[in-house]
Each structure stands twice: as structure tokens, then as C-alpha cells.
Design a protein around this ligand. Structure first.
Ligand SMILES: [Zn+2]
Length: 492
């Protein structure tokens, strides 16, 4: 049995300042062949689950290619055509295939295709024809569409946020696809999309009510004849028709059972829709609370600069407020390649005066003046073998500099946008997260895997930015209407 594995993973924030252009995709380092295996086989990311099939002597897993890029605005038309074209030509040249496994995000938007993942699957299906099983694993933030489902054989999503189970969910799809090829099962799918968007602050799967909704779906998955049940939380920062929650059931040849399960799961979510809304703490209040804490570290989540959701990673709203309030002892990272270059020029031990961050757009604050001492310069590469969001292992922040400021902060300057999802990010830069009083983490749920185990307290701030928790400021043109919470009277 020959199975191709592919990936094209992008979460597109249509409110973000920077487009996902071809040069950025190429700089992020697409991988193919042995490099794909090296990048993922030992990771907890989705392709790690697909590659596990290679342990079966009857199966040849061909690692064709994998593209992945940090969330930003839509994929440019040029980049989309180039990458999908590459994918299709490799599929054609290296085939025939018994099956294909694809790691897609589910919230990709391109300039030409609002449902870019649906379009990718349509093209793959039309190349392969109807007889070749196609398995897909989406991120839990996917905005899942009927077009995606219609062009695949088995689809599931992660069921954890922070995402700690991509490899497990990848393996589930891979196993179901192998069983399909062997003629042991005949998967059918049903998708249900209740008109509800979940606030980013309510998406954690260890918190109510997501915890119970996920448990309910897992319970449904144990019914006879059911192969898989998924809950997609959706990604509210993509202005697309399919934006919102979705429930997906896969059964063995029983379409009415699949439809019933997708519907009962959706109905459970609809019942608790009011609890799926939420608000963060104003920045000043969050900082004062952190400064008054008696046990540390306090982790302050910069929700509006959620790099994993498409923000630029250079928001200065929290740092500027700390300076204004005279609050000390923050660990704060910023993407600012120019400031890193200035630190390199000055050298370790030198005193520097810098204007840092706030340079991408008007949404994420203005540059902040800092004076201090350069304590570290490095290439920004670090590795985290532990459990982190998305299951990634190798990180690259570009060249970095650590500046100890004269007002008591530790500022980590990166050359590439990077959310704070790994304790190794700090440790590799000589910063002990256990003794750091206040850690500002750019993210919402993605930093939880790293910091919740050590945090005395986690505080989600209502910081402005293109991933702000306050969705009322987003001008949607393409979402469904009516939809809860935007139209509170929406019915389902
Ligand atoms: Zn996600």
C-alpha cells in the first residue's frame, strides 16, 4: 500500500497586517522527503501521526511535502497557485497512490479562494478521481465547510486547545484511511454548522463549557458504527462564510447516524452558547493584579497580540502600560529585527537606547523607548521536546537579543514573530521562567501548555490588536447572518 503525506497549513487572519506571500512561505522552510520525516517523525504534530503508518511492513508512506507558515493575512494568489501546483504535480508524478493523507489547517484563506482548504481538496480530489481515499486532519480552529467534506473521505480535527493531540488525531485518520483501502470500512461523513462563534477566551478545552462539549463528542464516538466525532471551534478572525463552530461525525456506511450525531453535538453547543462568550481583564487592572501578587510567576496573556492567531508579535500595549504605571519585572518579547541588529552592533554588555516594537501597524501600539544592557545575542534556534501547543519541537525566532532594561524588565527581541508557547524559549535565552515575576505571553491558549504548570496565576488581558478578544470591532462582510453572538436573537 502506497500512501502520500502532504501538508499545507495556514490559519489566515483576514484582519492581520501582513499577507502570507510566497517569500514568507519559502523563508519558513517547506520540507519534503527525508527533511519532512526529520521535522515531524519525532514531533507531536499531525504528520507525526501519519508517519507512524510506516511501522507497518505492508505500507509505504511517501513524505511528499509540507508547507507551514505562522498565521498572518490571506495567502497571496501567487503563493497559493505555486504551492498547490507543486503539490498536485508531485502527486501526479510520483503516483499512483492507494491513499493520500493531508495536514490542512481548515482556516486557510487565499486572495482568490475564501475557502482555500476546500479548494485545495477539490483540486486534489479531481486529480486523484473518486476511488482514492483522502484523509484530512484539521486544526481545532478550522472553519470547516461542506466543500472540504465533499472532497475528502475521512476528516477529523484536533480535540484539544491548547493543541496537544495533533499526532493522535493524525494517527486516527491514518488508521481509518488504511481500513478504507483494505475494504474493512466505508466511511460517510456529516457536518453540522450551528450559527455560533466562540470567543477566543472560551476556547480552552479544559474549561467549561468546551470541556463538556468535547466530552459529549467523545462519548458519541463510542456508539456502535461510529468511526470518529470532531468538534471544530472555528476561527473568528477569518471573515468567511463558514466561520464558526462545526461538528463532524464519521460513521461506517450510515449517513443518518452521522447526521444525527453531528446534530446532537451541535444542539449541545447551542444550549450553552451564552457561556461561549467572554471578556478579558483591562491591561492596567491585569498589571496591577500581577504586581500585587504574592506568588510567582504571574502569566499575563497578551490576547490582542496572539502571534498564533495572526498578530505581528510586536505589540507594545502591555509594556507601555507597565512603564506608565511604574510596574517592574516583566518578561516581554517583541519581534523587532531592527532592534536586534542594533544590539548586535553594540555587542553583549553594551548599554543601548532603543525604540522597540509597535512598528507593524497602528493596531498594536507605538514604539516604546527602553534603555538597558545587552545581556545575550544568539541565533534564536531552540528545541522543546516537551508537550507544547501544536506538538512542534524545533523553533526559530531568528537572531535574538536580550536587553535588561534600566526600569527592571527583561525584553527579548526576536527577528521573527513568535508566540510564547515554550518555556524553552526563555531557558534557551538564559531566563529562568520559575523566578521571573511576571511573564507576558503573546497568545491565548497556545501558551497554556508551557506556562500553566508553573504559573501562580494566568490573567487574560483585553489588549487591543487584530486578535483582540473583543469581536465587536471586526467588520465582517462574509460571515453568515444571523449568527450568535453578533445577532443575539439568532435561532438554530
Ligand atoms: Zn489552532
Amino acid at each position: 500500500m502506497r500512501i502520500a503525506t502532504l501538508g499545507l497549513s495556514h490559519e489566515s487572519n483576514t484582519y492581520a497586517p501582513v499577507p502570507a506571500s510566497l517569500d514568507r512561505w519559502l523563508a519558513a522552510g517547506p520540507v519534503a522527503g527525508d527533511a519532512l520525516v526529520a521535522a515531524f517523525a519525532e514531533s507531536d504534530a499531525t504528520p507525526g501521526g501519519y508517519l507512524e503508518l510506516a511501522a507497518d511492513p505492508d505500507i509505504e508512506v511517501v513524505p511528499l511535502m509540507h508547507y507551514r507558515l505562522t498565521p498572518m493575512n490571506a495567502i497571496t494568489a501567487e503563493a497559493y497557485e505555486k504551492m498547490v501546483g507543486h503539490m498536485l504535480s508531485e502527486l501526479e508524478q510520483q503516483g499512483p497512490w492507494d491513499a493520500v493523507l493531508i495536514d490542512l489547517h481548515g482556516a486557510a484563506v487565499s486572495e482568490d479562494y475564501r475557502d482555500a482548504d476546500g479548494e485545495t481538496l477539490r483540486r486534489v480530489r479531481s486529480l486523484l478521481g473518486p476511488g482514492v481515499p483522502v484523509g484530512v486532519t484539521f486544526d481545532m480552529h478550522g472553519n470547516v465547510s461542506q466543500k472540504m467534506i465533499d472532497n475528502a473521505t475521512v476528516v477529523n480535527t484536533y480535540m484539544t486547545n491548547p493543541h496537544l493531540d495533533p499526532r493522535i488525531r493524525g494517527r486516527q485518520v491514518a488508521d481509518l484511511i488504511v481500513q478504507t483501502v483494505r475494504g474493512e470500512i466505508s466511511p460517510v461523513m456529516a457536518l453540522e454548522m450551528p450559527p455560533v462563534a466562540i470567543n477566543i477566551l472560551r476556547q480552552g478545552t479544559s474549561d467549561s463549557p468546551m470541556k463538556e462539549l468535547v466530552a459529549f463528542a467523545h462519548e458519541q464516538a463510542t456508539r456502535p458504527g461510529v468511526l470518529s466525532v470532531s468538534v471544530a471551534e472555528g476561527f473568528p478572525y477569518a471573515d468567511v462564510e463558514e466561520m464558526g463552530m462545526a461538528f463532524l461525525a464519521v460513521t461506517d456506511g450510515d449517513p443518518s447516524l452521522a447526521a444525527e450525531i453531528a446534530k446532537v453535538c451541535a444542539a449541545e453547543a447551542w444550549k450553552v452558547r451564552a457561556e461561549l462568550e467572554g471578556d478579558g481583564v483591562p491591561i492596567d487592572d491585569a498589571l496591577k493584579r500581577a504586581a500585587a501578587a504574592t506568588s510567582y510567576p504571574v502569566v499575563l496573556l497578551d490576547v490582542g497580540d496572539n502571534v498564533g492567531g495572526g498578530s505581528p508579535g510586536d505589540s507594545t500595549h502591555v509594556l507601555a502600560a507597565a512603564q506608565r504605571l511604574g510596574i517592574r519585572d516583566l518578561f516581554h518579547s517583541l519581534c523587532d529585527p531592527g532592534a536586534v541588529a542594533a544590539c548586535k552592533e553594540a555587542g553583549v554588555g553594551a548599554s543601548v537606547e532603543l525604540e522597540v516594537g509597535g512598528k507593524t501597524d497602528d493596531l498594536h501600539g507605538s514604539p516604546v523607548s527602553i534603555t538597558g544592557t545587552v545581556r545575550l545575542l544568539d541565533d534564536g534556534k531552540f528545541e522543546d521536546p516537551g508537550a507544547t501547543h501544536g506538538g512542534f519541537r524545533f523553533y526559530d525566532a531568528g537572531h535574538r537579543a536580550v536587553v535588561e532594561t534600566s526600569d527592571g524588565h527583561t525584553v527579548l527581541l526576536n527577528s521573527r514573530p513568535l508566540g510564547n508557547t515554550s518555556r524553552q524559549e526563555l531557558i534557551s535565552a538564559g531566563i529562568d521562567p520559575l523566578t521571573q515575576p511576571i511573564i507576558v505571553a503573546k497568545g491565548v491558549h497556545s501558551p497554556r501548555g508551557a506556562f500553566e504548570p508553573i504559573a501562580a496565576e494566568m490573567i487574560w488581558t483585553n489588549s487591543p490588536g487584530c486578535t483582540s478578544a473583543d469581536l465587536s470591532g471586526l467588520a465582517y462582510q462574509h460571515r453568515r447572518r444571523p449568527m450568535f453572538p453578533f445577532e443575539p436573537d439568532a435561532t438554530y
